[in-house]
Design a protein around this ligand. Structure first.
Ligand SMILES: Nc1nc2c(ncn2[C@@H]2O[C@H](COP(=O)(O)OP(=O)(O)OP(=O)(O)O)[C@@H](O)[C@H]2O)c(=O)[nH]1
Ligand SMILES: [Zn+2]
Length: 382
């Protein structure tokens, strides 16, 4: 599975074992559940060709001195290249090591091998504190994300922290509106739709008006992600790292965010949009699973003209009957996950379900109806 390039041992400093205790106390802020901090976050950095992904990586590596970061340049989907370059920063130093991954199929076979390769590397070199993964400009980050989004029960040492999407301020508009054959969603749009954080980079190259335009386009696709504007991908690292976008730790912040989701009405039926709704009451785990599976797996939920709704990303906080805590719902492509948050419903709280869906052919009214129907149907039965 794993092959090393000839130049290795002499050039590469060995990683020093982490002083677990100190590290956790320094970085943990006490809000991390036990066990969780032992896992290593992976941030996926995506964005169209030349948008500024590598610039962002380099910026993070030079700014960040307290963490040992492994950088993975992911060439999935680029020809038949099986080798992945891996650079590890230790106090700013960079060195390279080649990993060979079999990546015949993007979604499935890479999944295990990719993780295994990183885990092997950790065994050999000691643990990293953080993993940054740059996808190619044409990658579908959803496929890459599913590779890392594995259940805690599977015992992986790694967890998906967030998806960061870099948008080229100058050419982004063009990339995002490009039409693909066969009604496919273009890569740039998919990358924006899936992002937890969007960085509009190269703002030095455009006017205020153009900036407004690209920001509006980005926002209309993804109404949930935070948007930053940068030159040379210079960002506040706290905005990029440790987002916990995929786990229950984001429960509190998501609650706030969900109240400020921006949704736009667009007439182009092919466009990717963000839809959000809130329904008062309780659902059950069974109902909720059914609702999500109908959307993501069966594709049986249709819009007014009979087109199946296509969901790229799904997020929500829901109230499940007889559960004291709010439950977070996460979906990327066909993968989804329900997880109890640490936020509990107070006695006099009104129990509600707030969902955000990003995708195409999404009709809010129909979605609401379907959600409500599933709730009441089962209530009658029980
Ligand atoms: N003018 C300007 N140029 C930038 C900025 N950020 C990055 N660049 C330049 O844009 C080019 C592409 O940047 P990269 O960071 O390599 O972009 P990338 O997304 O990693 O590109 P690929 O991996 O090839 O898809 C480089 O020449 C950068 O120096 C910026 O804010 N303004
Ligand atoms: Zn790059």
């Amino acid at each position: 599975m794993m092959a090393q390039a000839p130049v290795e041992e002499e050039d590469c400093p060995e990683l020093i074992p982490i002083e677990d205790q100190d590290q956790q106390e320094a970085g943990g802020k006490g809000e991390v559940e036990p066990g969780h901090s032992l896992k290593i976050p992976v941030t996926i950095i995506t964005g169209y060709l030349g948008a500024g992904k590598t610039t962002l990586l380099n910026y993070i590596l030079t700014e960040q001195h307290s963490k040992r970061i492994a950088v993975i340049l992911n060439e999935f989907g680029e020809g038949s290249a099986l080798e992945k370059s891996l650079a590890i920063s230790q106090g700013g130093e960079l060195y390279e090591e080649w990993l060979e991954l079999r990546n015949g199929c993007l979604c499935c076979s890479v999944k295990d091998n990719g993780l295994k390769a990183i885990e092997n590397l950790m065994q050999k070199k000691g643990k990293f504190d953080y993993i940054l993964l740059e996808t190619t400009g044409l990658a579908d980050p959803g496929a890459v994300a599913s590779m890392f989004w594995v259940d805690a029960e599977l015992g992986s040492d790694i967890y998906l922290d967030g998806i960061v999407s870099v948008v080229d301020a100058k050419y982004g508009q063009q990339h995002l509106t490009e039409e693909k054959p066969d009604d496919l969603i273009n890569e740039a749009t998919r990358q924006v739709a899936l992002a937890d954080l969007i960085i509009i980079n190269k703002t030095d190259l455009i006017s205020q008006e153009e900036l407004y335009k690209i920001r509006t386009t980005v926002r209309s696709i993804n109404g949930l992600a935070k948007i930053l504007e940068t030159q040379r991908s210079r960002v506040d690292l706290a905005e990029v790292l440790d987002l916990h976008a995929f786990d229950s730790l984001s429960g509190k912040s998501l609650q706030k965010k969900l109240q400020h989701v921006q949704t736009t009405h667009r007439h182009l039926d092919k466009s990717i949009v963000t839809v959000t709704f809130e329904i008062v009451g309780n659902t059950t785990e069974e109902n909720l699973n059914e609702f999500i599976q109908n959307l993501l797996w069966e594709r049986s939920v249709k819009d007014k003209t009979g087109n199946p709704m296509e969901v790229i990303r799904l997020k929500g906080l829901v109230s499940i009957k007889d559960r004291s805590h709010q439950v977070i719902v996460q979906g990327v492509h066909e993968l989804y996950d329900l997880e109890e948050t640490m936020v509990n419903w107070k006695e006099d709280d009104e129990r509600t379900n707030r969902l955000v869906l990003i995708g195409r052919n999404l009709d809010k009214d129909i979605l609401k109806e379907v959600f409500i129907a599933t709730m009441t149907e089962k209530q009658e039965n029980s």
